[in-house]
Design a protein around this ligand. Structure first.
Ligand SMILES: Cc1ncc(COP(=O)(O)O)c(C=O)c1O
Length: 326
């Protein structure tokens, strides 16, 4: 198999710490957090791990411009813009939605990313749009590397497979986890965790809390399609990827936070001094608490929540948070 622990760039500060969370005490579980929000500053969050592989690939193919896509406050696009520029490549982002000049979008602009504003309908076919742009760039002598939304591809999956190596090492000194939980937006993180779980013979369950309007069936379909590419590329024979995807916590829609989400952000900041975001981490955390209350996650379980970042995105919601502060 491809030497996936070494054939990558080193963009983040790994291993990230694993810390206990006080918040778990009142629910009778042993709750820990993996601080992937600390893996970098401007690039921070779960995308760093994926980009270590994706941009390695881009460099290997001698690309000089990177294309990617997401919502206007995409954490993935901000991290992609940052690391691409840092590695001497230009970057073009295809962003849907509107935002004031704030959070991730502000950083994209500061970094000098070229922004293509697209509609949500266009975003549904964004692979086609980016491939067309790549061909256009290639006709002018450039070489483009196209990264799908969220960096979720066979190559991107390797990021969280490698994270399991860190988790396994930590467990040797501190004990095993029963559950690893994170937010699911494009499923690259849970797919990677599940691949890592299989490669390192781990027994924990991987749970992705869906924060989008897609369903668990959609994510399983996406993962099984990409697994075919993964097995072919890395000469593995993984039969299926079966992380648990839980629906029911997105609320009114993707990137639309509820009152409860804002309360979680406030309470976790005050109790555990962690900053969650209203699009991903707060909704995923709400999922954990609810699953414990419903006994879907049993008492005394050892749970590792992956803090996947998103901190800059919080600033785009500052006005809505005002009412929840003391
Ligand atoms: C902060 C944050 N957490 C979680 C996710 C979800 O990760 P994935 O897209 O790999 O499912 C994303 C991006 O989609 C994100 O930006």
């Amino acid at each position: 198999m491809f030497d996936f622990m070494n054939e990558k760039l080193s963009l983040g500060r790994f291993p990230t710490p694993i810390e206990p969370m006080k918040y778990g005490e009142k629910y009778g579980v042993n709750l820990f957090v993996k601080r992937d929000d600390l893996d970098e500053f401007i690039g921070s969050g779960n995308k760093v791990r994926k980009l270590e592989y994706l941009l390695y690939d881009a460099k290997k193919l001698s690309c000089d411009v990177v294309l990617s896509a997401g919502g206007v406050q995409s954490n993935h696009c901000r991290a992609t813009a940052y690391f691409s520029k840092k590695l001497g490549m230009d970057v073009e982002l295809f962003l849907f939605g509107e935002s004031e000049l704030q959070g991730n979008f502000l950083i994209d602009k500061l970094l000098g990313a070229k922004i293509h504003s697209i509609t949500y309908e266009e975003y549904e076919n964004v692979a086609e749009i980016m491939n067309k742009r790549a061909t256009e760039l290639e006709s002018t002598g450039r070489r483009a590397y196209v990264i799908p939304p969220g960096g979720s591809s066979a190559v991107g999956f390797l990021g969280y497979a490698a994270a399991v190596h860190e988790i396994s090492n930590w467990e040797k000194a501190h004990g095993k986890f029963d559950y690893i939980v994170c937010a699911t937006g494009t499923a690259g993180t849970i797919a990677g965790l599940e691949i890592g779980r299989l490669l390192y013979n781990e027994e924990f369950k991987v749970i992705g809390v869906n924060v989008t309007k897609r369903s668990q069936e959609d994510f399983h379909k996406i993962m099984s399609e990409e697994l075919v590419a993964f097995n072919a590329k890395y000469k593995t024979e993984i039969k299926e990827l079966n992380p648990i995807v839980v629906d029911g916590y997105v609320g009114e829609g993707y990137a639309i936070p509820s009152q409860e989400d804002f309360e979680i952000i406030r309470d976790v900041a005050s109790k555990d001094q962690l900053i969650f975001d209203p699009v991903y981490t707060a909704k995923a955390f709400k999922g954990i608490i609810s699953m414990i209350k419903k006994s879907e996650i049993p008492q005394n379980s050892r749970i590792l929540f992956i803090h996947t970042g998103g901190t800059f995105g919080l600033f785009a919601f500052a006005n809505q948070l005002e009412n929840f502060l003391i």
